[in-house]
Ligand binder design. Structure first.
Ligand SMILES: [Zn+2]
Ligand SMILES: [Zn+2]
Length: 319
């Protein structure tokens, strides 16, 4: 069936996407999405959901406007594991409404037999990556590898929530991630969440002790080593886990930001609606992280890398 209509839909989406990308630079300036300081800093948020704390599509765009965010990777979570239930179809729907703001990702339950077929269909419909991958399945499961291999074939990024422990997700980062990095060098693997960020330090407490370690970082952590060796490995700075890791030892963080500046992605994972924490904690993850990064990174080119250029590279795979 509709082999022909699939193709024409794909052509249409490809053309829309191309038009959208061609106008990215202009739209940031034309739409006046400048932050409160009045500059025209482009920002791509690598981690945003709709439906987060029941947030509508419109309120998600309102969050982007309020935080000076030009575009965002909108990440579905089809299983609802971890609290957000967001079908890929809803993300694609938001993309048809806000094509110049939404960069649609897809996600499916990899325990279902048709999971990879669905990802192939979502690629035809305009999705640009997989994420966030967050199911109670250990990292070395062959179904996870199948998904990473497909992203490698598509030249895509995949955002993975790493959380060790009994009720965790993609458990076994320290033991298994490097195997995939050796095997698949085209896919961009974007690391997110508690266990990812605990590995900023060489000293990682057991997940049963804490998922949010505080205090001085012991240099020589897994993140520095892996990002140093594998340029297709990126770090998602979003959420409480990202901010905790960056703020726990600022003396260490200065060097970490410098060493990995081409692989760090600004992101928020914030559920608020107004950039001020309405309906959340009275605090916005996006606003807080932007203030922190602007204070820590004085070089404008390095700031551009972290705030949007690395996200463009992670999407396209261009070095
Ligand atoms: Zn998330
Ligand atoms: Zn917010």
């Amino acid at each position: 069936m509709p082999h022909k209509s699939n193709l024409s839909r794909r052509d249409f989406l490809a053309a829309s996407a191309a038009a959208c990308w061609a106008s990215t630079g202009l739209s940031a300036q034309d739409s006046g999405n400048a932050d409160s300081s009045g500059d025209e800093q482009q920002i791509i948020d690598c981690h945003l959901h709709i439906n987060h704390y029941d947030r509508s599509i419109e309120d998600t765009i309102r969050h982007m406007d309020a935080t000076g965010t030009t575009q965002a990777f909108i990440l579905p979570l089809e299983t609802g594991e971890g609290g957000v239930l967001l079908p890929t179809e809803t993300v694609l729907h938001s993309y048809t409404q806000y094509a110049d703001r939404v960069i649609p990702f897809c996600q499916t339950d990899i325990r279902q037999a048709d999971a990879l077929d669905r990802v192939r269909a979502f690629q035809v419909l305009g999705c640009r990556g997989v994420g966030e991958q967050k199911e109670h399945v250990p990292l070395n499961d062959s179904r996870i590898e199948g998904l990473i291999a497909l992203c490698d074939e598509f030249n895509w990024p995949i955002t993975i929530h790493f959380q060790d422990g009994a009720k965790g997700y993609n458990q076994g980062l320290a033991e298994h991630l490097e195997t995939y990095l050796k095997r698949y060098q085209r896919v961009r693997i974007i690391g997110h969440a508690q266990t990812w960020w605990a590995n900023i330090s060489a000293d990682v407490p057991a997940p049963t002790d804490t998922l949010y370690p505080k205090g001085p970082v012991k240099p020589g952590g897994l993140l520095d080593r892996l990002m140093g060796e594998y340029p297709n490995l990126y770090a998602d700075l979003s959420a409480g886990s990202g901010f905790n890791a960056l703020s726990r030892d600022e003396d260490f963080t200065g060097g970490f930001l410098e060493r990995n500046r081409k692989q760090l992605l600004f992101g928020c994972d914030c559920p608020c609606r107004d950039g001020k924490g309405e309906n959340f904690k009275g605090m916005c993850y996006s606003t807080r992280l932007q203030e922190f990064l602007r204070r820590m990174i004085s070089d404008q080119e390095a700031l551009d890398d972290v705030l949007y250029k690395n996200a463009q590279r992670a999407l396209t795979g261009s070095a």
